[in-house]
Design a protein around this ligand. Structure first.
Ligand SMILES: CC(=O)N[C@H]1[C@@H](OP(=O)(O)OP(=O)(O)OC[C@H]2O[C@@H](n3ccc(=O)[nH]c3=O)[C@H](O)[C@@H]2O)O[C@H](CO)[C@@H](O)[C@@H]1O
Ligand SMILES: C=C(OP(=O)(O)O)C(=O)O
Length: 420
């Protein structure tokens, strides 16, 4: 037996939806809390399976975690123990690797199983390892586990060959207690990195230059407790804006930082979506005219986010003419296209691009969420399709979308879970 999501397509969306705290921030903020010697309270925590996997790992480390209210986590690492993180929980998500930087930084030792996460083609972590080694750590890989050791981490200059989000955050966490100054050059500039650095600075870290490609970390000796509100999830926001663009008469997406979505909002306007940008919301109105085709090139922030290209592609099946989506981050991130083709889309994938020909009618079908944002794309397609769409492997979707069913049904969609 498997639980699937079923969607009866064709129902118009109306009303408002509140965006939850950012998954990609939360999954780094939680491991970052172990660096403190006192309790940390995080507000706006999304209810997603990645968070539950991280809570399991915190429990294994003897960290006291209390879930307060619907979206607040109280994390007390005062009596934690640095045990090896070798349970299956570590393999359920990508971000378990942030315990490498956090535990290495705090204890000079970390032992952790290989991370999981979406398969988007190869996802090496060589830049994380090179960064830890540059700080003075010895890193071994044995039987599916990374073992990191250091007597003393020492600040240094680290140039990242690629501005990797994960490597930037992981090295930053390892460096907070390092002796002297660490400078990460070609650092990633994603808003989530600013969020993590802000939490660490509230704890007492000395990090400067966040949001620029030159991140400076001056080592400190102690980090204390604090409280922190997570930034809104720009990828969840983009997903709901795309759903609204496809199916809404009048829909308000609230708790959004529109600047985080500049590249995406620009593209939506370009293809003819009728939207109004507020200070912390985006209002989408019904688009009567045919959509125009466009070209998308995924790029690190502030460019068009790779995590949004999959749901955005569904919208492009409704544009009249040929659109092109080119991946510069994960060349193989096109598995959703095969699933969309089952629903009637006309897409030709020639890696690293997908050529989408529209406009095509979409029909409900039995499809598979091959990864998280493929799942999001299939939900968008299911809302638009004629008939019922049945989505399998929905655990991918549940890694990243807080209360998807409740949020969508309140907007007027017909979506439910069923055992098949
Ligand atoms: C939990 C989290 O925040 N996940 C996000 C994070 O993933 P993640 O942090 O894994 O992505 P990175 O920014 O590290 O990856 C960017 C590129 O660098 C390559 N690379 C990365 C590290 C490394 O050591 N070696 C290497 O070659 C990757 O294969 C990829 O081609 O950023 C991605 C790119 O915005 C998003 O799609 C993910 O949603
Ligand atoms: C790829 C993603 O997540 P992760 O890095 O956690 O696999 C994503 O959020 O789209």
């Amino acid at each position: 037996m498997e639980t699937v999501i079923k969607i009866e397509g064709g129902h118009r969306l109306n009303g408002s939806v509140r965006i939850s705290g950012s998954k990609n921030s939360t999954v780094a903020l939680i491991p970052a809390c172990v660096l403190a010697s006192e309790p940390v309270t995080i507000y706006g925590v999304p209810d997603i399976s990645d968070v539950r996997s991280l809570i399991t790992l915190l429990n294994e480390l003897g960290v006291n975690v209390e879930e307060r209210d619907e979206d607040t986590l109280y994390i007390d690492p005062t009596h934690m123990e640095n045990v090896p993180l070798v349970s299956e929980a570590a393999t359920k998500l990508r971000a378990s690797y942030y315990f490498m930087g956090a535990l290495l930084g705090k204890f000079g030792h970390a032992e952790i199983r290989m991370p999981g996460g979406c398969y988007l083609g190869p996802r090496p972590i060589d830049l994380h390892i090179k960064g830890f080694e540059a700080l003075g750590a010895d890193v071994q890989y044995d039987n599916g586990c990374y073992i990191l050791d250091a007597d003393q981490l020492t600040g240094t200059n680290i140039f990242l060959d690629i501005s990797s989000v994960g490597a930037t955050i992981n090295i930053m966490m390892a460096a907070v207690f390092a002796k002297g100054r660490t400078v990460i050059e070609n650092a990633a500039r994603e808003p989530e990195i600013i969020d993590i650095a802000t939490l660490l600075n509230k704890m007492g870290a000395r990090i400067h230059g966040m949001g620029t490609s030159s991140l400076v970390i001056d080592g400190v000796e102690h980090l204390g407790g604090c409280s922190h509100e997570i930034i809104p999830d720009r990828i969840e926001a983009a997903t709901y804006i795309i759903m609204a663009a496809a199916m809404a008469d009048d829909m308000l997406i609230e708790n959004v930082i529109p600047q985080h979505l500049d590249a995406i909002l620009m593209k939506l306007k370009e293809i003819g979506i009728n939207l109004q940008i507020g200070t912390d919301s985006v209002h989408v109105f019904r688009t009567e005219n045919d959509l125009k085709p466009t070209e998308i090139l995924t790029k690190p922030y502030p460019g068009f986010a790779t995590d949004v290209q999959q749901p955005f592609s569904v919208l492009l099946t409704q544009a009249v003419g040929q659109s092109t989506v080119t991946e510069t981050i994960y060349a193989e991130r096109f598995k959703h296209c095969d699933e969309l083709k089952r629903m009637g889309a006309d897409i030709d994938v020639r890696i690293p691009s997908a050529f989408i020909h529209g406009k095509t009618k979409l029909y409900g079908a039995r499809v598979k969420a091959t990864d998280l944002r493929c799942g999001a794309a299939l939900v968008v397609a299911g809302l638009m399709a004629d008939g019922v769409t049945e989505i399998h492997d929905i655990y991918h979707i549940d890694r990243g979308y807080d209360h998807l069913d409740r949020k969508l049904n309140r907007l007027g969609a017909k979506l439910w879970r069923e055992e098949v």
